[in-house]
Design a protein around this ligand. Structure first.
Ligand SMILES: Cc1ncc(COP(=O)(O)O)c(C=O)c1O
Length: 415
């Protein structure tokens, strides 16, 4: 663990770290449902909500607003590690995935679309609907139920030269396990060079480490409320090739414009605050000089910190038993999994998950139950589970919080 004062410094940057305005003191292990919000984001949202000026006018207010948007787009490109392509704001991650996938499927002159069963219903629904609409074949790669991820060779075995669109989830919000995106995207392109690849990076984004330069893709979608910003918008990177495909926009307006109507400048500006946070964190944990190096160091730090928290959660500490000490527990994705990103989903045959989540809640620990419904059945059904408890941690969580969780689990299991 890093020194407690650095953790405190990090925690001081966020709102409602250990107290919920509705329920009082609590430990927040529901980060996959929406991360904590940066204080800078909350302040900026309020400041900008008060500004009446719109873009495209010849006055200082309008110019100020446009400068913020321009800066945010440049920040996002730098954060995603690319100089190419464009940044686009939409209503939500789901909406952007639908728009990008629909545009790619309708424009591609090839007959097949490929995705995997690991994906969130946002991309799965979009590719199912639009592949059928365009009379294209949809091939689904079965994810590996043991590892909770997608095996590269299995995915690539479904790729042929006839595949025009491929969808990938970077990290599953139910298993918490990532996909080796660089290897997979490069593999797809080596078989079908013209294939449009759209990545759902929504669950991966709070862990940093996004390097679009290395991924031969056309779209990468995130939801800023899951990466330290706030609700109310989604954000996507699109390649020039995708941007130039037919899409909805105003007649006689600029063809490259994907924004539908007036966008909230606060959406853009608060993403600059997120990028600034990663830069700040990188400068606190390294002597790196460039912004990009700082992002890389921040991501490395986040990964290590989350791995340590996961390790304590699984194996316990001193005389506090970890989750793996419960003989009947089923931990999704297994115990040793290099690709796990701060999230542990588990279930017990003798306890229903919603009872556990309720009991944890009553002890001030916020987790979430995932049920075998339209969001999570793709993961739970193959494992024969009706539900699971999802504990999602982030780098600002502390080992003390994990210990408190484990002690509470022990209390609940033995009451
Ligand atoms: C991987 C993944 N994709 C898509 C979504 C949907 O995102 P949004 O709520 O921004 O539409 C989520 C939300 O949980 C997610 O985790």
């Amino acid at each position: 663990m890093y020194p407690k004062d650095l953790l405190q410094e990090i925690r001081n940057k966020f709102c409602h770290v250990d107290t919920c305005p509705f329920s009082g003191e609590r430990i927040f292990f529901e980060n996959a449902g929406g991360s904590l919000t940066l204080k800078s984001v909350a302040k900026r949202s309020g400041d900008l909500a008060a500004i009446p000026d719109n873009q495209g006018r010849d006055n200082r207010g309008s110019q100020g607003v446009m400068d913020l948007i321009k800066k945010s787009k440049a920040d996002a490109l730098e954060f995603f590690d690319t100089e190419k392509g464009s940044i686009l704001i939409g209503e939500s991650g789901t909406e952007l995935l639908f728009r990008l996938i629909r545009s790619a499927i309708l424009a591609s002159d090839k007959g097949t679309v490929v995705g995997s069963t690991l994906e969130h219903p946002a991309s799965r629904s979009a590719s199912t609907k639009w592949a059928a609409h365009a009379s294209k074949e949809l091939r689904l790669v079965q994810h590996c139920k043991e590892s909770g991820s997608v095996k590269i060779d299995q995915y690539l075995s479904k790729i042929t030269q006839d595949v025009g669109v491929a969808t990938i989830v970077h990290t599953s919000p139910v298993t918490g396990i990532g996909v080796e995106i660089k290897e997979l995207t490069q593999g797809i392109k080596s078989i079908s060079p013209d294939c449009f690849i759209i990545v759902d990076g929504i669950q991966h984004a709070p862990h940093g480490d996004i390097n679009i330069r290395d991924y031969p893709i056309d779209g990468y979608v995130i939801s800023p409320y899951k990466v330290f910003s706030r609700h109310g918008y989604g954000l996507a990177w699109i390649s020039d090739r995708l941007r130039n495909l037919p899409h909805e926009n105003l007649m006689k307006g600029p063809k490259e414009n994907w924004d539908l109507g007036t966008r909230d400048v606060g959406s853009y500006a608060t993403f600059s605050d997120v990028v600034n946070y990663f830069e700040w964190l990188g400068s606190r944990v390294s002597n790196a000089s460039t912004r990009r190096e700082k992002f890389a160091h921040a991501s490395k730090f986040i990964k290590l910190q989350e791995q340590k928290l996961v390790k304590t959660m699984l194996y316990g500490k001193d005389n506090v038993r970890g989750l793996s000490d419960y003989p009947k527990i089923k931990i999704i994705g297994g115990l040793e999994n290099e690709l796990r990103e701060g999230l542990v989903s588990f279930s017990f045959p003798e306890f229903t998950s919603d009872v556990l989540v309720k009991e944890l809640n009553s002890r001030g620990i916020r987790t979430h139950v995932r049920k075998s419904d339209h969001y999570s059945a793709n993961i739970l059904e193959p494992l024969g589970l009706e539900s699971c408890v999802r504990v999602s941690m982030c780098h600002y969580n502390s080992e003390d919080e994990v210990i408190h969780f484990l002690t509470s689990m022990s209390e609940i299991m033995h009451q």
